[in-house]
Design a protein around this ligand. Sequence first.
Ligand SMILES: NC(=O)c1ccc[n+]([C@@H]2O[C@H](COP(=O)([O-])OP(=O)(O)OC[C@H]3O[C@@H](n4cnc5c(N)ncnc54)[C@H](OP(=O)(O)O)[C@@H]3O)[C@@H](O)[C@H]2O)c1
Length: 327
Amino acid sequence: MQYRPLGRTGWHVSEVSFGAWAIGGSWGQVSDDDALAALHQAVDSGVNFFDTADVYGNGRSEQLLAKLKKSCQQEIIVATKAGRRLPKQSVAGYSAANLNAWVEDSLRNLSTDCLDLLQLHCPPTELYERPEVFEILDALVKFGKIRYYGVSVEKIDEALKAMQFPNVQTVQIIFNCFRQRPAEQFFPLAKQNQVGILARVPLASGLLTGKLRRDSRFPPDDHRNFNRHGQEFDVGETFSGVDYATGIEAVEEIRGFVPPALTMSQFALRWILMFDAITCAIPGGKRPEQVADNCGASDVPALSDNAMAEVRRVYDRKIRPIVHQHW
Ligand SMILES: NC(=O)c1ccc[n+]([C@@H]2O[C@H](COP(=O)([O-])OP(=O)(O)OC[C@H]3O[C@@H](n4cnc5c(N)ncnc54)[C@H](OP(=O)(O)O)[C@@H]3O)[C@@H](O)[C@H]2O)c1
């Protein structure tokens, strides 16, 4: 496992880290035993950074991470998020009272007295015109409740605006073979500002693992079933906003130039790591085998120029018209 600097925090985090949404909820049933085995596999594979949120399984994901921390020797860094407990998103909802209460809940769930990194969880775009929200976060740092803060965003414009606040350490954004626009304008500026980038949905919700088929079915409590058309939250969070049939076709094209020594998941993650502005990819994993597979992406050689060009070609032809200008 290779490590990269996380913003200006001084921390070096595993370039393949762990996304802990699926072990919380919204992805079908995952038992505590499987979830903990997946987390331990991550630590054994060198992962030292875990992304979660207060709402993943209503605190379950954070509580599982607290169990992991208790039972392993290695130092691990946990990034959590706040804001999605609001019944309806509004800037006014990001008040000092709400933020303080959400932070207290996360501290309890994570069994700690200071959160490593708190991210605003895809707040409304207007929030980036409201410095007072960032002043509340500065106060939380000052009072020792959080060490650092960052944001998770839907849109590139939000990422650019977030970086105007000097204490934003990280931006979490969707970036994968099917979501390439962040590399254009945002990556060079993030690098210049030493803002860490967490690449979320790196496997396009499993599409880029190459295991899904045209007729794959998902359980009713899996967002790949209930949010296929953005019914519950931003459609971009499910299959990266690519319609399923087109995604499957594009995956079949990409499969043709995955080197034999790599699994398709490793290829998709290695593609992300080819961008040096990226701090880490945070693939979700429900079982140890998935986590071991994903972590292997850090140890494989760089992709060839030809492979990078082929992914770009598939993106330009099939995916770009669907997603490029939307986020
Ligand atoms: N708004 C936000 O801030 C936000 C939104 C979305 C995600 N995130 C973060 O980003 C993380 C990653 O995104 P994501 O979990 O949505 O999607 P993802 O990482 O693209 O896909 C994860 C899913 O793919 C399957 N998978 C993973 N590795 C595999 C492997 N090696 N082989 C076969 N299947 C594999 C698993 O589901 P199955 O086995 O069921 O197929 C897993 O749950 C989340 O966990 C969360 O921490 C944040």
